[in-house]
Design a protein around this ligand. Sequence first.
Ligand SMILES: C[S@@+](CC[C@H](N)C(=O)[O-])C[C@H]1O[C@@H](n2cnc3c(N)ncnc32)[C@H](O)[C@@H]1O
Length: 214
Amino acid sequence: MRLRHIPGAEKQIEESTFVIQEPEQKKGCWAEVFGNENPIHIEVGMGKGKFLMELAQQNPDINYVGIEMYSSVLLKAIQKRETLELTNICFMCVDARKLADIFKKGEVAKIYLNFSDPWPKDRHAKRRLTSPQFMAVYDQILCPEGKVEFKTDNRGLFDYSLEAIPEAGWEIEMHTFDLHHSEYAEGNVMTEYETKFSGEGKPICKLIASRKSQ
Ligand SMILES: C[S@@+](CC[C@H](N)C(=O)[O-])C[C@H]1O[C@@H](n2cnc3c(N)ncnc32)[C@H](O)[C@@H]1O
């Protein structure tokens, strides 16, 4: 998601109490950031944050961190966040490539990837958030039972992920090519893109991956 640059967005982000500034400084200290030992779930590429803020409202015993690299998009999430009474969610404006500098091994229990940019050209495959390069980053921050949950309407990216994730040493625990008409539909929280694409009649694919047991 890219929005037209909003003048002053960076400054508003720097001043927002909902955004963690210099998140590298929090590595190993995330329990202190939230003031409790609850599990931490993150969304990489959260866009305007609808999905994660809904989860945070539903699950007060889970801490959520939303990651978005574009300031104009993050600003929309902050504006929505300001209307909510929540203590279990914060945001950061970083590229997901840096996650291993921000969380120590085992600090994250779940990673959500929702409607990630497909990067259809082969030469851009490394930029896909389910590429072996990114799975290696997730491996560095997830706890042993940690999971990656991925949803997309893009069948090409989904088929790629079904091959690339096991090749990177992970196990696909479940997958469906039509989430909303599957046994996994109950309790599904829709993202902004999911609402848009399913409204256009597109089936939504989902998979959950965990590390192969040794
Ligand atoms: C297509 S949007 C989906 C937004 C939201 N997850 C949803 O489902 O409605 C993908 C978002 O991921 C962000 N993004 C892509 N690559 C990223 C990266 N490497 N690090 C952080 N954010 C990223 C983009 O800026 C964009 O806002």
